[in-house]
Design a protein around this ligand. Structure first.
Ligand code: HEM
Length: 503
């Protein structure tokens, strides 16, 4: 007892104890996950001082927590402790009120999610300045889409030759890999143009960038808030991310210089490199960051949606011959060509795509925004400046909205819903509404969804006409329950078939 008492007062032990106490105090008081006043917290765990268990709970059971919140508050707003910090959950009846409120910013959400206050991670912030990317997609890309179908289809054929080699035997593919290549190459075709779209280094960077960025965010977030300003310089994932940005500059900037140096009057290539430069109209804007932001927004989202769709079709193979028939009919009706309206006519395909997206939504919550001012909603709910809000998506399996067997894949569901009065515009793959939040809703709803829709249709037409598909064993599923994440190890099987028509 006496010896241990003496030991306790040795200077090194006292220093250690005081340092540890100071560390714990700082960690407790300087944090970014303190709940907001005035909203019931759902999903917290007593004694979980640093919110570690609550974050884990959110990761594995976000839908369950929000459904519990809905039950506890009888449909009123409440808050949850997400892995990014607290968020106020507004049920879907608030969607129309908040959709266009300029005081609710998407950029603020990105700032917290991507930790854009740190060099390297700030690339998505730089890339979204002045809504230049968003305008270029809304205005230029969407208008150009009708004329791009043939070029994208040819690009897709080239990807498939390389990544789903022709074979007469049933062959395994980890489908997320070719799906990612398709999304990366088709995106590169419209983002960087013909000259750079097959540049292997760029394709590699564009696929890797999002993954490294997410790893870098996780690595930094694992440090206590007060240490982050010191440690971010030494985090290997952030150092690697900065290298990828530098490498991107080496690829994109010479092409940009060439175009800027082109003689006036010479037509510029139709791609986002030109559009971003046009839309910025002399305003300072880093086009390379803009392109990297676009790859983050476009590639893994599209490849995951395409993968979920293929899983659903191999699980429900009765749709494959019906879809083939529709593709052949539309293509032949349009004089053996993809013209401006051909993809719109693929209505069963559109319905299957939407059904798959309904069942395999990428997030348990959407419409993530930060309040840039104090806001009082029409029913008196007060959202303090700086608070983050979000809307749950679990109602996308609601029988009252979507009809019978809402947990089962029904490829005709949205085709039927489109035929009901007022349904034609509401239930297309690209339509957004409070009931269907896969592309978000309102001012910041995904502007790239029209391009994503075309990419998926073009790719699926080739995947179904040129290959047969099946799976052996258990049906392929998502890695997580609350959001669709394909397990990269999941294998489905394919073999070549002779297409009835040459696309
Ligand atoms: C199927 C694939 C895709 C899905 C599921 C998807 C989903 C989303 C979602 C949920 C949002 C947030 C919307 C909100 O909070 O209201 C978003 C935003 C965005 N998406 Fe997509 N997206 C996809 C493909 C693309 C593509 C291909 C592009 C580019 C061509 C793109 C560009 C963007 C941009 C720029 C934003 C930010 C909008 C803003 O800041 O206002 N997305 N997307």
């Amino acid at each position: 007892m006496f010896i241990s008492g003496q030991l306790l007062w040795r200077p090194e032990v006292v220093t250690l104890v005081l340092t540890s106490a100071l560390y714990l105090l700082l960690r407790y008081f300087i944090r970014d996950d303190r709940p907001y006043p005035g909203f019931q917290v759902v999903g917290s765990i007593p004694g979980d001082w640093f919110g570690m268990k609550a974050r884990k709970n959110w990761e594995t059971n976000a839908i369950g927590i929000m459904q519990e919140g809905d039950r506890m508050t009888k449909g009123r707003p409440f808050q949850v402790l997400t892995n990014l910090g607290p968020s106020i959950v507004l049920p879907k009846q608030y969607c129309d009120e908040i959709r266009s409120d300029p005081r609710l910013s998407f950029r603020g959400f990105i700032e917290r999610q991507a930790m854009t206050n740190y060099p390297g991670l700030d690339v998505v912030h730089v890339g979204t300045e002045g809504d230049i990317v968003q305008t270029a997609i809304r205005k230029n890309l969407t208008q150009a889409l009708g004329g791009l179908t043939q070029a994208l289809s040819a690009e897709c054929a080239s990807v498939l030759r390389e990544h789903l080699e022709p074979t007469n035997d049933w062959t395994n593919t980890r489908f997320i890999m070719p799906a990612t290549q398709i999304a990366a190459r088709l995106s590169a075709r419209v983002f960087l143009g013909q000259r750079l779209c097959r540049n292997k280094d760029w394709i590699e960077i564009s696929i890797r960038f999002t993954v490294v960025m997410m790893m870098a965010q996780d690595a930094l977030r694992s440090w206590p808030v007060f240490l982050r300003p010191f440690v971010h310089y030494f985090i290997p994932e952030i150092i690697y991310l900065k290298r990828l940005i530098k490498d991107s500059r080496k690829i994109i900037e010479p092409e940009l210089e060439l175009r800027r140096a082109a003689r006036p009057g010479v037509a510029k290539p139709e791609d986002s490199l030109s559009w971003l430069d046009d839309v910025r109209a002399g305003r300072p804007f880093d086009v390379v960051s803009g392109q990297l932001f676009l790859t983050v927004a476009a590639i893994h989202t599209t490849s995951v949606v395409l993968t979920a769709l293929m899983y659903d079709l191999v699980k429900n193979p009765e749709y494959i011959p019906l879809l083939r028939e529709e593709i052949i009919w539309v293509y032949m009706e349009d004089n053996n060509n993809w013209n401006k309206t051909s993809l719109y006519k693929l209505k069963l395909m559109d319905s299957c795509m939407k059904e798959s997206q309904r069942l395999n939504i990428l997030g348990a919550n959407m419409m993530n925004r930060r309040a840039e001012e104090n806001i009082t909603l029409s029913d008196g709910v007060f959202i303090p400046k700086g608070a983050h809000i979000t809307v749950p998506t679990y109602h996308m399996r609601d029988r009252e909205i979507f009809g019978e067997n809402p947990d089962q894949f029904d490829g005709h569901r949205f085709l039927r819903m489109r035929q009901e009065p007022g349904g034609e515009n509401k239930w297309q793959f690209v339509s957004t509404s409070p009931e269907f939040l896969s592309f978000g809703y309102g001012n910041h709803a995904c502007p790239g969804r029209f391009f994503a829709s075309n990419e998926i249709k073009i790719a699926l037409a080739r995947l179904l006409l040129h290959y047969d598909w099946k799976f052996d064993g258990d049906p392929p599923n998502s890695k997580f329950v609350s959001r669709f994440v394909p397990d990269p190890e999941t294998v489905i099987r394919y073999k070549s078939r002779t297409p009835e028509i040459e696309l």
